[in-house]
Design a protein around this ligand. Sequence first.
Ligand SMILES: Cc1ncc(COP(=O)(O)O)c(C=O)c1O
Length: 378
Amino acid sequence: MIPGPTPVPEKVLQALGKHPIGHRSKDFQNLVEITTTNLRWLHQTQNDVLTITGSGTAAMEAGIINTLSKGDKVVCGENGKFGQRWVKVAKEFGLDVINIKSEWGTPLNPDEFKRVLEEDKQKKIKAVILTHSETSTGVINDLKTISTYIREHKVALSIVDCVTSIGACDVPVDEWELDIVASGSQKGYMIPPGLSFISMSKKAWEATEKSNLPKFYLNLKSYKKSLAINSNPYTPAVNLVFALDESLKMMKEEGLENIFKKHEKHKLAVSSAVKVLGLKLFADERFLSPSITAIKTEQFDAEDFRKKIKDKFDILLAGGQDHLKGKIFRVGHLGYVNDRDIISVISAISYTLLDQNIISPQQAGEALNVASKHLNVS
Ligand SMILES: Cc1ncc(COP(=O)(O)O)c(C=O)c1O
């Protein structure tokens, strides 16, 4: 129950175990054609969605180095570990970063984006870069509202980390006119780590013509050229593409609405149960990520608690990152997770608290009761 790598369905595991095929073969081209069509479906877009062999950060970096130039002014939203990563990447490539920060656990304030973008009369800002679902804190940022301000600016591109939101909640790329959307395979996609995805709008492709940052492996023009013949510029992780094909088919069968509803009910089940257990949510309750719930542990050490749950129940929970280590634990409910997993994790948390006399048996019962009310909603 961590926010990635997430559980992998049996069918997907079997696809991984197939003998690899030539990446220049007709069979593989057919596969690329199908997966690309289905990736567009998942992203709700007509834009190109490129598959890169590399983790989510490869797609994040690709978004920056393909569309921007040294010294470009960019706005970076930062309210957690992954927002911080954007700032690091941007600075590494010599971009001039305007940082919009928010306390870890609270969402980015869309009004600040509005103000900064409106004040930029000379249209110096070339991109607004942010994380949709901030995995380190369990906060979902209001990308929908922020994207409207980016559009009104007209010049700035939106570059968004949707690593733990694609495949978990609604990210209508075309409707919100998102230019660059990065994600990774070991999350909502239900396949092992190793692939990342990047969707590129027409405006994003136009920006690639002016970009002067160094790039070779992650030069997206090569990927676009190859995609025209359903191919890849370099040897892709063929078996992960087999897995992707299978997982996207499973997702299509389930349907986007059902996928989003499932994540929503799991989020509500976990968050309502932990409150009954007397624990506090780390994130602002109005902005809970559908993929992960971060829980404060004021009365005990979170690392010790995680270890107890791993040893006793073989359930792995995520810890806090950086200054939050020992202070929070995080329950991932992203991807191939079902109601039984949710009931198990709530029971494991309850048992461990009960065992330490932190809660009463009544609270343990009530936690399952409130969770089930959400789980019963199909
Ligand atoms: C929101 C977010 N962004 C980026 C990443 C980085 O992805 P990767 O570790 O696949 O490079 C992660 C991974 O946990 C994430 O959750």
